[in-house]
Design a protein around this ligand. Structure first.
Ligand code: DSN
Length: 418
């Protein structure tokens, strides 16, 4: 039987995909949690594996026909264990949020106390936000960054841990620009008898590439997404010590997920292979160098960097010293018109709501994948500042849009569809 698309291709959706490819090719992608995956990762994601049901784990499936899928998932597991030096890996979580919820389901009980970083100070929704299942089902107590240095305060974390006696301490962030050392979290967890989970969703690629410390030797469980700095397909992953392996596997399937997305698992395996190559170390180092260069250039343009700068792939920019009237929301909108994509972001103790904000978050994983280096970071800072200074002048914004397109043309990501 012919596919319907042979006679009636869905030009509507494929037209929009072409449009999105064009947007990604011609604009600056500065969302800290995004990246460009390789053609091989995309090929695996779009493969025949999307057709297969495979509830269970390699060698223990509920359906037949899984010999090939078993080999693929086993390769993904072995590669990621090797990449991070872990005892055990579960590569099935559909996302970082699913991975985190599976850890809570597997290792603690509803109502148990957990410590995590407050969302408005750089934590994640799944680190106990009251609007998320983590905050609804578990008794999360939040720590916050220091009032003056805007960095994690381990004295505060320790005091909270002693006071609340959590079952688990969650380390990890989504909009915190500083390096996270795992040892202080481990010391506090040991002192109060808590489990330690480290969510490295943002920095997994930096850890894999050796640019940031690996928490695996210190944490009971490490979660991450595969699509951020790690540059794989959209998805999640959990690494654990041998002691927690069975509980975590049970919490993922059948605890919280059904059939795994084996096309995504295959693409994760490809991404892990890519992250094992020597060139990935250079990539991880360059992401951080680019972020430092961009932060410095933005400071020179009159912006304030939360915590004074960055040692990761991202920075949180306080817009207030640049222009007290300018919000994150307005900046995001006008920069989009200039072909510069980033996201509004609360700064610590932000007087504005999360829908408006006084800051923006900027990341360098995507532009680094394109091959941009420090000189381009100076240009990007100039384009951002010029756009925001001239935000009521459409001709000036259009001029920046043209400059952004010219810059991106020098660093093409995906060739146009033939
Ligand atoms: N949405 C992701 C981020 O942008 O950091 C976190 O889940």
């Amino acid at each position: 039987m012919p596919w319907p698309s042979e006679t009636q291709r869905d030009t509507e959706v494929f037209g929009l995909i072409d449009k999105e490819r064009e947007r990604q090719n011609t604009g600056l992608q500065l969302i800290a949690s995004e990246n460009f995956t390789s053609p091989d990762v995309m090929e695996a994601t779009g493969s025949v594996l999307t057709n297969k049901y495979a509830e269970g784990y390699p060698g223990k499936r509920y359906y037949g026909g899984n010999a090939v899928v078993d080999d693929i998932e086993a390769i993904a597991i072995e590669r990621v264990k090797q990449l991070f030096g872990a005892d055990h890996a579960n590569v099935q979580p559909h996302s970082g949020a699913s991975a985190n919820m599976a850890v809570y389901l597997g290792l603690i009980k509803p109502g148990d106390t957990v410590l995590g970083l407050s969302l408005d100070h750089g934590g994640h929704l799944t680190h106990g936000s009251p609007v998320n299942a983590s905050g609804i089902l578990y008794n999360f107590q939040s720590f916050r960054v220091g009032a003056t240095d805007e960095r994690l305060d381990f004295d505060q974390i320790r005091e909270l841990a002693i006071k609340h006696k959590p079952k688990m301490i969650v380390a990890g962030t989504t909009s915190y620009p500083r390096r996270l050392e795992p040892q202080p979290f481990r010391a506090i967890a040991d002192e109060v008898g808590a489990l330690m989970m480290f969510d490295i969703a943002h920095i997994a690629g930096l850890v894999a590439g050796g640019a940031h410390p690996n928490p695996v030797p210190y944490a009971d469980v490490v979660t991450f997404t595969t699509h951020k700095t790690l540059r794989g397909p959209r998805g999640g992953c959990i690494l654990t010590t041998a002691a927690h392996a069975a509980a975590i596997d049970k919490a993922v399937f059948p605890g919280s997920q059904g059939g795994p997305l084996e096309h995504a698992v295959a693409a994760k395996a490809v991404a892990f292979h890519e992250a094992m190559q020597p060139s990935f170390k250079d990539y991880a180092q360059q992401i951080v160098k680019n972020a430092s260069a961009l932060a410095e250039a933005l400071s020179k343009q009159g912006f304030r960097l939360v915590s004074g700068g960055t040692d990761t792939h991202m920075m949180v920019v306080d817009l207030q010293p640049f222009d007290a009237e300018l919000t994150g929301k307005e900046s995001q909108l006008i920069l989009d018109e200039a072909g510069i994509t980033l996201n509004k972001n609360n700064i610590p103790n932000d007087p504005r709501s999360p829908f408006v904000t006084s800051g923006v978050r900027i990341g360098t994983p995507s532009v680094t994948t394109q091959g941009m280096k420090e000189p381009e970071m100076a240009l990007i800072a100039e384009y951002i500042a010029t756009t925001l200074r001239n935000r009521t002048n459409p001709a000036a914004v259009a001029e920046i849009r043209a400059k952004v397109a010219a810059l991106c043309a020098k660093f093409p990501v995906y060739p146009k569809r033939a």
